[in-house]
Design a protein around this ligand. Structure first.
Ligand code: F0G
Length: 471
């Protein structure tokens, strides 16, 4: 229960995630860590004051009111499960109209029985990635406190999303900090087109993240990275939509790529809250998949056995892991540029989610990620490389026998295929130099599912022959 007065709604407050601290704060405060102990913060609710329905089916009545923007949004139609802002302050651009697809072709590739593999296609959001789920929430909070500028560090998708919300709403200026040469053109082009003030630093995402925190603090700019607890409230709704599409049945597995670990943290919180509220009877298992070139979570969880441990994770082991990364000047390196992150800011919240959801962590190589991505493409959905880590990871877990063929598995496709055409074209190319330039240096040696363009002269007979030979 909040001890302070809550200026935005009387149902929500902020709370430190450390059980040794547990301090609470007004939702009108702008915080990215607990001022008392430095731990991450949650948005917490006084559910007795909130109007939570007694069945998830209650939300279905909102489908009939799709002309109301708050019912059309796939985030805000679940308002009763994230009531931190007054409805009239909500900023929505129609995010969250995302489908869950049964995809047997990809299920076969993973090794699942027909009818068991679902892809949650978050690439269908307005800016082409899942980030819009969180951005609408963070942006709404920023508006309630009267922010004029909002900033983020980004591997590309957060910045595209922030830039879009800023230019669509005209409420704030976007300031984005990105690493040099680290962002795919699809994403960079969005930020530039949408008019964001784009600061490119000589460094990578981890450097940009550190800098944007300092800059936001110094200049009083509202920070929308996933250390912002309001952002994760919006990302909870991805799981509500998965449940909705499954007729409110809980799947066996949720598989998600892990970068800054915001999604996995939000998903765990979503299920934990639904369970506490008695709206679901069990939690799904959670699998978080790192890229092998950016595998901090895998190293800490599987090699060093770091666990949530009732809110007291082994901070000495974590600190010495990062000290070793620094002394060896180790930088994250993967074709899945969206998750090229070595210092995930939501590490402890993700450990908590893994604890709640009996989770597992795996890493997938760039080769495995690109092969999985080609399978996603060949079965009717595009996704960017980072998203395919979920499919690659599900396949690994199936091979190990951790996932059974009869399990019902949901893989989250976090970003649209067109976000990163360079990786896709390089995978399918016949040009060995191009393949080596983009992929070879990352240990990708073959393109098992390549769909190669057939090169012929500008000659009618040759074109006809090429079509006849290849069809
Ligand atoms: N997939 C995509 C397409 C992403 O853009 C990101 C993160 C992730 C997965 C990882 O999600 O951080 O919640 O574990 N992109 C951030 C960005 C870091 O700046 O756009 P996470």
């Amino acid at each position: 229960m909040a001890t302070s007065v809550n200026t935005l709604t009387d149902q929500a407050y902020q709370q430190c995630t450390s059980p040794d601290c547990g301090a609470t704060f007004d939702t009108g405060e702008v915080l990215t860590a607990c001022p008392q102990c430095g731990s991450l913060l949650d948005v917490a609710y006084d559910w007795d004051r909130a109007s939570v329905p007694d069945s998830l089916r209650w939300f279905e009545q909102k489908w009939a009111r799709r002309n109301d923007p708050l019912c059309r949004s796939g985030v805000w139609r679940f308002y009763e499960l994230l009531p931190f802002a007054p409805p009239e302050k909500i900023v929505t651009i129609g995010e969250g109209q995302t489908p869950l697809h049964l995809t047997d072709g990809v299920g076969r590739y993973i090794g699942l029985n027909p009818g068991q593999l679902f892809l949650q296609y978050e690439g269908m959001n307005p800016s082409g990635s899942f980030k819009d789920n969180g951005m609408t929430a963070a942006f709404t909070h920023a508006r309630t406190i009267g922010a004029k500028r909002a900033a983020c560090a980004s591997t590309g998708n957060t910045s595209a999303s922030l830039a879009l919300y800023c230019c669509a709403s005209k409420l704030m200026q976007a300031v984005i900090v990105i690493g040099s040469g680290k962002i795919s053109y699809g994403k960079l082009s969005q930020a530039l087109d949408y008019g964001a003030l784009t600061i490119q630093i000589a460094g990578d995402f981890d450097d940009a993240m550190q800098r944007v925190r300092e800059v936001s603090e110094q200049l009083g700019i509202y920070l929308v990275n996933s250390v912002n607890p309001f952002r994760l409230e919006g990302q909870k709704t991805i799981m509500y939509r998965v449940l909705e599409s499954l007729g409110w049945e809980v799947p066996d597995w949720i598989v998600v790529p892990g970068g800054n670990l915001g999604n996995s943290s939000a998903f765990g919180k979503a299920f934990h809250e639904l369970h506490e509220l008695g709206l679901i009877d069990r939690l799904p298992r959670l699998a978080v998949i790192n890229a092998a070139g950016a595998d901090t979570l895998h190293q800490l969880y599987n090699v060093h056995q770091v666990r949530w441990n009732d809110g007291r994770p082994d901070s000495a082991t974590i600190a010495s892991y990062f000290a070793r990364l620094d002394s060896a000047a180790t930088k994250a390196d993967t074709i899945a540029s969206a998750i090229e992150i070595n210092r995930p800011v939501n590490l402890t919240k993700c450990l908590r989610a893994l604890d709640w959801c009996d989770g597992v962590v795996r890493e997938a190589t760039d080769q495995q990620i690109l092969d999985a991505k080609a399978q996603v493409g060949a079965n009717g959905f595009g996704c960017e490389p980072a998203s395919a880590a979920s499919v690659a990871g599900a396949r690994l877990l199936r091979e190990e026998g951790v996932v059974a063929p009869s399990d019902r598995v949901v893989c989250i496709l976090t970003g649209h295929q067109l976000k990163d055409p360079t990786a896709t074209v390089a995978y399918h190319t016949t040009d060995q130099d191009e393949f080596n330039r983009v992929l070879g240096k990352r240990g990708v040696s073959r393109a098992a599912f390549a769909n190669r363009a057939v090169k012929v002269d500008n000659d009618l007979d040759e074109i006809v022959r090429a079509i006849q030979l290849n069809s």
